[in-house]
Design a protein around this ligand. Structure first.
Ligand code: ATP
Ligand code: MG
Length: 335
C-alpha cells in the first residue's frame, strides 16, 4: 500500500509508461503485476480518497490513467540515453535481475526489473567497461565477453536502469539449454571446448582484478556451430576480495560466499567447476575428478584459473590425444 506522497512521487517522476510499469511486456504475469501497481496507485490518488481540493493528486490520477492506458496498448517503449533512442520490440530472455529485449535496431537492451536493483546494473556496466579496456589490449579475448554499447548513466529515482548491448542472438543458446537438451550429461569431448573457453574468459577477467561471482548455466552463452562461449551476466561482479553487492537466492554458492565472506578469484574457480560437474555425464570420471579438485571447500586449495588453462589442456591431451574438431549441435526437438 502506498501513502499519498509515495504515489505522487511515483507518478510524477515517471516520464513514460515504461518508467512506471516497465517496458511493455505481453507476458500475463507482468501484465498482472502492472495492473496491481496501477490499482494500488489509483486507489490512493482517487478523488474520493484525497478529497475535492487536492488538485495535485487529481492531476496525478489523470496522468496515471493515461500512462496505464499507454502501457496496456503496448505503446512502443523507447529508452533514451544522451546518444540515442532505443525502441524495444520483443522480450528475448528473462534473467535473474533483468529482462533482455530486442530492439528495432542492431542492439539488445537489458532492463532491470526492480529499480531497487539499479546498482547491480551499474556494477555490471563498470565491469563491462573494464573488460572492454582489457580486451583492447588483448583482442583475442574479446569474443568471450558481452559488449556494452550504451547506457544512460544515472537514472531518475524509481526509474529502471538499463544497458544497451551487442546482440548475441543468432545461433546462441545458454548452457542451461544445453543441459536440458542432454539430460544424461555431456560427452567429455564436447564439454572440453566449452570449458577451455570458459576458463579463458574467467582467467582473463581475473587478470583485470574482476571476479564474475555468478558462473551459472544461464550466464554462459554457447554458440554450438562456431564453438563459441561468452560469459554474460556480470551484475554480481566485484573486484576480487570485495563482498558481493547482493546474492541470488537461486544460485548455490561456494562455502565462503554462503558464510558471508568476500568473493575472490577462487570463488569463480569453484563455480566454473561446479558447473562442469553439473554438465558432464556421470561416466566422465577423469574430468569429474579434475573438477572436484577445483571445487574444494577451502578456497586456498583451489588452483588459479590461469594455471588451470594448461592443466586442463594436459588432461585433455592425456585423455584424447591431439585436439581435433568435433562438431556439436543441440538435438532437434521436432517442434
Ligand atoms: N548480449 C546478449 N544478447 C542476447 N542475449 C543475451 C545477451 N546477454 C544476455 N543474454 C541472455 O539474456 C539472459 C539474461 O541476461 P543476463 O544474465 O545478463 O541478465 P540477469 O540474469 O538478469 O543478470 P545477471 O546474470 O547479470 O545477474 C541470459 O541468460 C542470456 O540468455
Ligand atoms: Mg544472468
Amino acid at each position: 500500500m502506498f501513502t499519498r506522497d509515495e504515489a505522487l512521487d511515483r507518478v510524477e517522476r515517471a516520464g513514460s509508461a515504461a518508467d512506471l510499469f516497465g517496458p511493455f511486456d505481453p507476458d500475463p504475469d507482468r501484465r498482472k503485476e502492472a495492473q496491481r501497481l496501477y490499482r494500488g496507485l489509483a486507489a490512493v490518488l482517487h478523488p474520493d480518497r484525497v478529497g475535492p481540493d487536492d488538485t495535485r493528486a487529481h492531476a496525478a490520477s489523470a496522468q496515471l490513467t493515461r500512462l496505464h492506458h499507454d502501457w496496456q496498448h503496448g505503446a512502443r517503449v523507447e529508452l533514451r540515453t544522451d546518444r540515442a533512442t532505443y525502441r524495444l520490440t520483443d522480450r528475448h530472455a528473462v534473467g535473474s535481475v533483468a529482462n533482455l529485449y530486442l530492439t528495432d535496431g542492431a542492439h539488445v537492451v537489458k532492463v532491470v526489473r526492480n529499480p531497487a536493483l539499479n546498482p547491480l546494473l551499474h556494477a555490471e556496466q563498470d565491469a563491462l567497461r573494464r573488460l572492454a579496456r582489457f580486451t583492447d589490449r588483448h583482442p583475442w579475448l574479446r569474443p568471450y565477453y558481452p559488449r556494452l554499447v550504451d547506457a544512460p548513466g544515472e537514472v531518475a529515482r524509481g526509474s529502471r536502469a538499463f544497458t544497451v548491448l551487442e546482440p548475441l542472438v543468432d545461433g546462441f543458446v545458454t548452457l542451461a539449454d544445453v543441459r536440458r537438451a542432454f539430460p544424461r550429461g555431456l560427452d567429455g569431448r564436447d564439454y572440453a571446448w566449452m570449458h577451455r573457453r570458459l576458463l579463458r574468459a574467467v582467467a582473463g577477467a581475473h587478470r583485470t582484478g574482476l571476479v564474475h561471482g555468478a558462473i551459472t548455466p544461464d550466464n554462459v552463452l554457447v554458440h554450438p556451430a562456431q564453438h563459441g562461449i561468452v560469459l554474460v551476466g556480470w551484475s554480481f561482479a566485484v573486484t576480487t576480495g570485495e563482498r558481493p553487492l547482493a546474492t541470488d537466492r537461486t544460485i548455490s554458492y561456494p562455502p565462503e560466499v554462503r558464510a558471508g565472506g568476500p568473493v575472490t578469484a577462487a570463488t569463480d574457480v569453484h563455480m566454473a567447476h561446479a558447473l562442469m560437474l553439473d554438465l558432464l555425464a556421470d561416466d566422465e570420471t577423469a574430468q569429474r575428478g579434475f573438477a572436484r579438485g577445483c571445487a574444494q571447500d577451502d578456497p586456498d586449495r583451489r588452483p588459479d584459473a590461469v594455471d588451470l588453462l594448461t592443466e586442463y589442456d594436459d588432461l585433455l591431451e592425456d585423455l584424447y590425444g591431439e585436439r581435433t574438431y568435433r562438431p556439436f549441435a543441440l538435438p532437434q526437438t521436432g517442434a
